[in-house]
Design a protein around this ligand. Structure first.
Ligand code: HEM
Length: 228
């Protein structure tokens, strides 16, 4: 193995090849076999006959710097100049903040009162009429549509279904029977009845566009809106 490396190393420039003394046994034995205890000894680095070792003759011993010569330590970080919030380079100010933006104050975003809570028009639902109860009713297999097949519904047909006992409404072209859902509506029956017998798309979008009506009322689908 050693002879192979030697050949490869000095193939480019045979003149530079230093004379490497190898034991005859090493040159001959080119196979990787277990040699004994010496196998655990790390190889000399740089190699005993290497150019690196020749170049780096015994130089001056590096001197250990004294405390005065060393670079001074960085200033201790001060909490007084840290802004609250997510850590980022902009949260650390070069100049201390003014009194109004003192670091110990809660960030202004959380000190704002919630937007008028009285405007939230959620109603207290009767016991047994929570979202889970509605999900269970949908799964029960009960016919919540009131019809056997999906219908083509004209605006005049829709108008006929506007009582609490029979309330239909159209949302984005789909007609739903709201009757069974009325007591489960978190916004209350009264609000929902505002769209009974007519198109509720706009009012629905204005109130809570995030609600997935297709999922919530899938079992109440009556049909699709068509013109007269
Ligand atoms: C038939 C379709 C509808 C379904 C499936 C439905 C469903 C819901 C749901 C799930 C919530 C609770 C929302 C939440 O907690 O974020 C809610 C709240 C509410 N809904 Fe509806 N809704 C419907 C139609 C309507 C319509 C047409 C109106 C208005 C006329 C309305 C008025 C409200 C109001 C005022 C709330 C309370 C809003 C709040 O929490 O601030 N809903 N509705």
């Amino acid at each position: 193995m050693a002879s192979y490396l030697k050949n490869w190393l000095y193939a480019q420039n045979p003149n530079a090849s230093p004379s490497i003394e190898t034991s005859p046994a090493e040159d001959e034995d080119d196979t990787e076999t277990v040699h004994g205890d010496d196998d655990d000894a790390p190889p000399a680095f740089p190699a005993v006959n290497s150019a690196q070792r020749a170049a780096s003759g015994p130089g001056p011993v590096p001197r250990i710097l004294t405390d005065i010569e060393l670079m001074p330590p960085p200033p201790a970080p001060s909490l007084a100049v840290r802004r609250p919030g997510i850590a980022s380079s902009s949260n650390f100010l070069a100049v201390p903040p003014t009194a109004s933006s003192s670091s110990l104050l809660v960030p202004t975003t959380t000190t704002k009162p919630p937007t008028n809570p009285s405007k939230r028009a959620k109603v207290a639902l009767a016991p047994g009429h929570g979202p889970l109860d509605w999900a269970n009713l949908k799964k029960s297999g009960q016919n919540l549509r009131g019809t056997d097949t999906l219908l083509r519904v004209t605006p005049s047909m829709l108008k006929e279904h506007r009582t609490r006992e029979d309330a239909w409404s159209a949302f984005s072209g789909k007609v739903y029977n709201l009757t069974h859902y009325l007591p489960y509506h978190p916004g209350g029956e009264k609000e929902l009845m505002r769209v009974a017998g007519r198109d509720g798309t706009k009012l629905f979008a204005l109130t809570h566009a995030w609600v997935n009506i297709d999922y919530m009322l899938d079992e109440c689908l009556v049909g699709f809106m068509v013109s007269e």
